[in-house]
Write a protein that binds this ligand. Sequence first.
Ligand code: HEC
Length: 106
Amino acid sequence: MRNVVLLASLWAAAAAHAAPDLAAAVEIAKGTGCYSCHAAAEKIVGPSFAAIAEKYAGDKEAVASLAQSIQMGSKGKWGRAAMPAHSSLSAQDLKLLARWVLSTKP
Ligand code: HEC
């Protein structure tokens, strides 16, 4: 049910501003613990979301590949620390989180 609502609000946001529903992504990120390792502008355990957005700017596959990194976990792309898998997130939530990370401004 939440996903249906999320998707509907995503479409509404896309129609209105051609941008994902960032507020919903923030709530998912808070609920999933992303902020224990990430911040918008500073490196914590993982790279800052701004650094990730910069690295993948212009990469057409970035939403899919970052969604997969979040879902399956990631290691070796940024340094020694690894990101654990987040296998309980839905495909919609994963894509929304990926779009949200990619939209981070430095
Ligand atoms: C336990 C710490 C930890 C948590 C929790 C965590 N991350 Fe990460 N994240 C990392 C680390 C470390 C890396 C760098 C991995 C690497 O070098 O490949 C990373 C990398 C990433 C990347 C870049 C992946 C790539 O392919 O370049 C994205 C996007 C990301 N995290 C998003 C998230 C989101 C969204 C969440 C919450 C659902 C989250 N992370 C939760 C530690 C974490």
